[in-house]
Design a protein around this ligand. Structure first.
Ligand SMILES: [Zn+2]
Length: 75
């Protein structure tokens, strides 16, 4: 009986590892330009705004953070 439990644990940890590796691959792939999640600013987490996203679907920051970022970047 205990052997059965042990095998189940090993199978579970193996699939956990596989899932973790898959997630890491997805994160690696998207690291360069991460699209805003649910229309939220990547900097402050606030809403980017539907109008802004419509005008610029690739926007990853709200207007305020984008302006601050552009100032930091010296543009
Ligand atoms: Zn923001």
């Amino acid at each position: 009986m205990s052997r059965g439990f042990r095998n189940a644990d090993e199978t579970q940890s193996m699939s956990d590892k596989a899932v973790a590796e898959q997630i890491e691959r997805i994160i690696d792939r998207g690291r360069e330009d991460v699209a805003a999640v649910d229309g939220r600013c990547n900097d402050c987490g606030g809403p980017i705004g539907a109008e802004r996203l419509e005008a610029l679907p690739s926007a990853t920051r709200c207007v305020a953070c984008q302006a601050a970022w552009e100032q930091r970047a010296g543009r």
